[in-house]
Design a protein around this ligand. Sequence first.
Ligand code: HEC
Length: 196
Amino acid sequence: MSLPRSRFAVITFLCGVTIGAMGFSPILFSGNRSSLALAQQPESQKLDLASLQAEVERLKQVVPDQSHAMQDVDYHVTNLWFAAGQSNWPLAQFYFNETRSHLRWAVRIIPVRKDNAGREIKLQDILQAMENTPLKQLEEAITAKDHEKFVAAYQFTLTTCYSCHKAADKPYLRPRIPDHPASAMMNFDPNAAWPQ
Ligand code: HEC
């Protein structure tokens, strides 16, 4: 369909006005002004490479260490045992997810460690093997709400936790089935009334 010539001219004119206005919009002006302001900054205030490196160093010092991330794993996987023990499967799924994501986080913090012979141990590979089998079985047991499978998969998981500790030359870090929850305030009972 062809537009009448006059309407076409009006539309073309309006488009021109809009594009023109955009070109001279205050947004673009302020953009130009800020880059101008940057150029006029005193030399001492400019973000140079040395100060950027210093900032990266500072940030490295405030990032939590691997042992901190592992304490989180300890917390989540301990609570997981009690959530499943009380058949609180949604809570068990929550603690399972947290365990897995904190294990991944721990491995991102230090991806490679040395064994006692000085050889490099890729923690990511060990975690991948753990995710492929024991953690997969653990999640399947939670989904199936199956206590027996859960206990077997949990024990298998702890065995692989320990395998990694041994591989990373820390055989004294021996996890075991927990005897009390890591959280003192979380209610593991799925049928608990609220407020208590
Ligand atoms: C891929 C390797 C790997 C896996 C898997 C792993 N860990 Fe660790 N874990 C480590 C390393 C390495 C350290 C020592 C960190 C350090 O020295 O900073 C550690 C330390 C710990 C600590 C001591 C933290 C502290 O400072 O008190 C606990 C507790 C722990 N792990 C629990 C677990 C549990 C539970 C699992 C299994 C659910 C697990 N870990 C799986 C590598 C692993």
